[in-house]
Design a protein around this ligand. Structure first.
Ligand SMILES: [Zn+2]
Length: 66
């Protein structure tokens, strides 16, 4: 069995793919991704810094989403 440590919460989880986070965090990231997407759609001129402030999503995640 392939077990990995979640990059977000540090919990051990069963690794199915190359995804670095556990299924729970993956769900959260999915929600944050949609949030960021919606924010960018409304504010196309904003940079990562303001997107982070506007959505509460961490900057490194936003960079990954992009
Ligand atoms: Zn996790």
């Amino acid at each position: 069995m392939n077990v990995a440590k979640c990059k977000r919460c540090g919990r051990l989880f069963q690794k199915y793919s190359s995804h670095p986070v556990c299924p729970e965090c993956a769900k959260k990231e999915e929600e944050e991704f949609l949030q960021v997407k919606a924010f960018i759609a409304e504010h196309p001129e904003e940079n990562v810094e303001s997107i982070s402030r506007g959505t509460g999503v961490e900057r490194h995640l936003i960079v990954r989403f992009m």
